[in-house]
Design a binder for this molecule. Sequence first.
Ligand SMILES: [Zn+2]
Ligand SMILES: [Zn+2]
Length: 145
Amino acid sequence: MSDSRLQEALNTLKESGVRITPQRHAVLEYLIKSMSHPTADEIYKALEGKFPNMSVATVYNNLRVFRDIGLVRELTYGDSSSRFDCNTENHYHIICEKCGKIVDFHYPSLDEVESLAEQVTGFDVTHHRMEVYGICEDCKKKEQH
Ligand SMILES: [Zn+2]
Ligand SMILES: [Zn+2]
């Protein structure tokens, strides 16, 4: 399953004329296999053993390339560290207030919110973002000990 997603992503890179370097391959593979929403720093730490010459800035630049061709989404939460999401289908996020973990969940897109917002404000709406917050299962278990 994740192998075919990786292959698809690599094809998209090729079609966009982006050179597939070993580092880009590794960053993409990490994003797809981890199924989490890592920061550039987390990816860097996971791969620095394999690529001793790679810097956080390189990882970030690669992520920007992926973002610009629509392979990943960049999620910003008002702090300095963006998170990257390789699930580009429409979905919502639930975020753990204790450990910061972000989990995907699917819910029919709330399109009516967008049309209502347009009617009420006169804006041209481009997209919306919704996050749900709580305590994840792992953190709940830890609290019980
Ligand atoms: Zn948690
Ligand atoms: Zn996501």
